[in-house]
Design a protein around this ligand. Structure first.
Ligand SMILES: *Cc1c(COP(=O)(O)O)cnc(C)c1O
Length: 356
């Protein structure tokens, strides 16, 4: 009964995740999961952690995920103290909002961006100001050179897929020496330049990563923040006031194994990139306008066909894509890159619908 609710609960507008279909064999291209399984070593590492009888599950996991942080730090040329780990990057972002982005001046992010940002801002009572993307749905770096309490955006941006060059990220960092700039690199491995290289020169930079997309571990919930030790320290203070053990034992060993197999990682992302280019061409041939994507999804609209109608018609065939009822983008579909076969089934279904 809502009379029992805390005051803030009445005012929350929770994030709506993409649908997790219940149908038997869905073609699931709506939440940007990876079509390929995780590296083979992941399963072996989980089996090894479980042992014969699972006795190790009696014991709490390492609260600081030290081995994982060391593994990841080494790959990115960082020190383990510059790495924060959380239960998916959504949890990492929640801590970032609370620990680093709540100030008197408003937090800036693009009008078209990851829709969890306004949700966290409301949860933590953070004032925000949205900055419009340009007419081609690109971020204009100079628009962020105004007084603010922080800046956050994904690169590549979601759900547009458009990437910003590193020089433009640096312009934003340079103009914001007195506030934290968070670059959410959930899709960076599919074709953008990582800002991790700038961490040692910008103590105001925090880079957020996830293992859900390019490392095929959405089901394990592992995310990271990389930055100056003072920023990481703030995140640890919030984390240790919330949940000491955000990552379970299986997630920690799985994440280490996935990070160690760089050949698998490179092969899978190369295949996703190739499929993305093919799907973009196929959609363009059907008359879609496709934004240039550096992510594992494409964002496309058809000048003659309503996006919501198309999404609903696909859904009737158990094909799931994402549609956002939001100003400026309500005529777009966001389509995750599946295997070549899945992409072909999607474009065949669209071709058939357009011909009706
Ligand atoms: C998918 C996504 C996340 C969340 O990833 P998880 O680690 O699965 O929580 C964060 N930011 C953006 C922009 C995303 O698209």
């Amino acid at each position: 009964m809502s009379q029992f609710w805390s005051d803030i609960v009445h005012r929350l507008q929770p994030y709506t995740p993409g649908e997790q279909p219940r149908s038997e064999h869905p073609l699931k291209l709506n939440t940007n999961e990876n079509p390929f399984p995780p590296a083979p070593g992941v399963l072996a590492a989980i089996r090894d952690e479980l042992g014969g009888d699972g006795a190790r599950l009696r014991l709490y996991p390492d609260p600081t995920a030290t081995r994982l942080r060391e593994t990841v730090a080494a790959q990115h040329g960082l020190r383990a103290e510059q790495v924060f780990v959380g239960n998916g990057s959504d949890e990492v972002l929640a801590h970032v909002f609370q620990a680093l982005l709540k100030h008197d001046l408003p937090l800036l992010f693009p009008d078209i961006s990851y829709s969890f940002y306004p949700t966290y801002a409301r949860l933590y009572g953070i004032e925000t100001r949205t900055i419009p993307l340009d007419a081609h749905f690109a971020i204009r770096p100079d628009d962020y050179a105004i007084a603010n309490g922080g800046v956050i955006f994904p690169n590549p941006n979601a759900p547009t897929g458009r990437a910003l060059p590193l020089a433009d990220i640096e312009r934003v960092l340079h103009a914001n020496r007195d506030s934290v700039v968070v670059i959410d690199e959930a899709y960076v491995d599919f074709g953008a330049e990582s800002a991790i290289a700038l961490i040692d020169r910008y103590p105001n930079l925090l880079v957020v990563h996830t293992m859900s997309k390019s490392r095929s571990l959405a089901g394990m919930r592992v995310g990271f923040a990389f930055g100056d030790v003072a920023l990481i320290d703030a995140l640890n203070r919030v984390k240790d006031s919330f949940n000491s053990y955000p990552l379970d034992r299986l997630a920690q060993v799985a994440a280490v194994a996935a990070y160690q197999d760089t050949a698998w990682f490179d092969r899978c992302r190369a295949r996703v990139i190739a499929s993305r280019e093919q799907l973009s061409a196929d959609l363009a041939a059907l008359g879609f306008e496709v934004l240039p994507s550096a992510a594992n999804f494409v964002f496309a609209r058809h000048p003659q066909h309503d996006a919501a109608t198309l999404a609903a018609a696909l859904r009737e065939q158990a094909i799931f894509v994402r549609h956002f009822r939001q100003p400026r983008i309500e005529q777009f579909l966001r389509i995750s890159i599946g295997s070549d076969d899945e992409c072909r089934r999607l474009s065949d279904a669209l071709a058939e619908l357009l011909a009706r």
